[in-house]
Design a protein around this ligand. Structure first.
Ligand SMILES: [Zn+2]
Length: 160
């Protein structure tokens, strides 16, 4: 269901699922959940989905950077820093901005895209071990039934 625009933005800024507004988008500082834990909405509707979020991150960061950097050029010098030190400061400041704006950018990208063209939550939410399916199967074929499949790890093949 398409949320009103203001609600979509508000959910994006609070890092919540664009569909239900409850589930968290991030599981840790820079790690996104695959799906909403409440309604099952996929946060990765297609591969390469977040390339646009990186542009958004860049644009937001560049906007903030310029809004601070340009006025600072007109201020009288109040530090004894050399030009090199000032350059270094601005580079670090820009990098920190990009990192700091990454989370809001990714979350907003998801919120705005969902507002423009909502997609449906999958009937069966993806589980963490779906990604391991292929390697686990191939390990099982190679090693036969010598041990339980949940014991399988790359190291367990050293007795070949
Ligand atoms: Zn949700």
């Amino acid at each position: 269901m398409k949320p009103p625009f203001r609600r979509a933005i508000s959910r994006g800024l609070r890092f919540r699922c664009p569909e239900c507004g409850e589930g968290r988008v991030f599981s840790s500082f820079f790690k996104m959940n695959d799906n909403c834990s409440v309604c099952g909405l996929s946060f990765y509707p297609e591969s390469g989905y977040y390339a646009g979020a990186m542009y958004l991150d860049y644009m937001i960061s560049a906007g903030i950077f310029l809004a601070i950097f340009v006025p600072s050029l007109f201020l009288p010098t109040f530090t004894r820093l050399t030009y090199l030190q000032k350059d270094l400061f601005w580079v670090l400041f820009g990098a920190a901005l990009c990192l700091g704006m990454a989370r809001p950018s990714y979350s907003l990208w998801l919120a705005i895209d969902f507002w423009i063209a909502p997609w449906k939550a999958e009937a069966r939410p993806k589980k963490e071990d779906d990604r391991l399916e292929v390697p686990l199967v191939s390990l099982t074929i190679r090693s036969g039934d010598e041990h339980d499949s949940h014991e399988d790890s790359p190291r367990s093949s050293e007795n070949l």
